[in-house]
Design a protein around this ligand. Structure first.
Ligand code: NDP
Ligand code: MG
Length: 393
């Protein structure tokens, strides 16, 4: 039986991962980790019987411990607990589905312990890809993409032989598709009064709050460009974003000879999740199938870099490299949480990313400690800037 550990089990990806586990019935869950939702976590524990569960919040962890006192389970908390959930159980695969750079340390701990990674937590790869990819090679572990576009790309390159370690799979270009989000077609002027509830409505996907905001600003696509660059060993200028509003084509690869391979399907995250868990096997997946007569046509557009400047900033961060992608990501995490708390207006999210990037002195090849320091400095800078400058209001 395959064994998995899920970091972020109560979230959108986490719960869908458990649905896949339930539908198949031949995966054992060894550990579950959540932030604070102990009501749902308790239900999951009773249903899937992991040996260990982690709750970030110490007080909630103590509450959960009492609630499941009748079971044989270890309850842990905080970063140490998250690392235990990632590395200390007998999992073959760790599903990383927490939000944000908080995933870096547990992901690396899981890899150090020889676990394969089913990676949803893209922020980790964006900020620390230069540490994660060599570690994967050194430890001989696989990083299996869960993000739908990256799973699509991964599916498109199956069966393509590497000529050598250097010439990576003969990819000429990655065509990363984007829905364009709920505000596609709007000007910046038309976006200035957007409220959290407007941005939290995505046309095609139902996802966690942070990634839904990121999809609306195109930050998500920017993060995905950087994610793709690490996963598939290509340069930033080999990745082209293609807007395809219905999210039917999940991404494409153009090879050296001009052939383009695409992966299509209805938008359902259970497909990439299941593919990552059972790779290279394909299993039956219940759900709606593509109906080309109903679909009729598939439309394409160029991304709107002028009205969605976060995408240009992401290319800038990824091209410069070093610690700049960590700044892009940290500034966005900070800005999105302030926006969701209604403390800054919508367009300030991108202004904050730009401001944090332009004052940062790039550290080449930053260590884990330097990345975490960069994150803290970025938060500090934006906090001070916001208090003193009301241009952010
Ligand atoms: P959600 O917000 O729905 O879920 C986040 C999960 O992480 C929850 O289980 C939450 O617990 C848990 N969590 C939060 N903070 C901590 C912490 N400090 N320690 C332990 N657990 C914590 O997010 P999504 O599922 O939407 O996204 C997860 C990741 O996957 C993100 O990186 C996202 O970009 C990526 N992704 C998501 C997609 C989607 O369709 N949702 C698609 C592609 C990528 P609690 O419930 O207790 O707060
Ligand atoms: Mg995606």
């Amino acid at each position: 039986m395959k064994k998995i550990s899920i970091l972020g089990s109560t979230g959108s990806i986490g719960t869908q991962t458990l649905e896949v586990v339930k539908n198949n019935g031949d995966i054992q869950v060894t550990a579950l980790a959540a932030g604070s939702n102990i009501a749902l976590l308790e239900q999951q524990i009773r249903r899937f019987r992991p040996a260990l569960a982690c709750v970030w919040d110490e007080g909630k962890a103590a509450e959960l411990k009492l609630a499941v006192a009748d079971l044989d389970i270890k309850i842990v908390s905080g970063m140490d607990g998250l690392i235990q959930a990632a590395a200390d159980t007998a999992a073959d695969i760790v599903v990383t589905a927490v939000v944000g750079m908080i995933g870096i340390r547990p992901t690396m701990a899981a890899m150090e312990a020889g676990r394969d990674i089913a990676l949803a937590n893209k922020e980790t790869l964006v900020a620390a890809g230069h540490l994660i990819m060599p570690l994967a090679k050194k430890k001989g572990v696989r990083i299996l993409p869960v993000d739908s576009e990256h799973s699509a790309i991964f599916q498109c390159i199956q069966g393509v032989q590497r000529v050598s370690e250097e010439t990576d799979r003969q990819i000429h270009k990655i065509l990363l598709t984007a829905s364009g989000g709920p505000f596609r077609g709007r000007t910046r002027e038309q976006m200035k009064d957007i409220q959290p509830e407007d941005a939290l409505r995505h046309p095609n996907w139902s996802m966690g709050r942070k990634i839904t905001i990121d999809s609306s600003t195109m930050v998500n696509k920017g993060l995905e460009v950087m994610e793709a660059r690490w996963l598939f060993g290509v340069n930033m200028d080999q990745i082209q974003v293609v807007v395809q509003p219905k999210s039917i084509i999940h991404s494409m690869v153009e090879f050296e000879d001009g052939a383009v391979m695409a992966q299509l399907g209805t938008p359902d995250m259970k497909l990439p999740i299941q593919y990552a868990l059972y790779y290279p096997e394909r299993r039956y997946l219940p759900g709606e199938r593509l109906d080309f007569w109903k679909l009729g046509r598939i439309e394409f557009e160029k991304p709107d870099f002028d009205n969605f400047p976060a995408l240009s900033l992401a290319y800038e961060a990824g091209t410069a490299g070093g610690s700049l992608p960590a700044v892009f990501n940290a500034a966005n995490e900070y800005a999105v949480s302030r926006f969701l708390d209604r403390e800054i207006s919508y367009l300030v999210i991108t202004d904050m990313i730009r401001a944090a990037m332009s004052r940062h002195k790039i550290i080449e090849n930053p260590s884990l400690e330097q990345i975490l320091e960069t994150e803290a400095e970025t938060y500090e800078f934006l906090k001070n800037q916001y208090q003193t400058e009301h241009s952010f209001d």
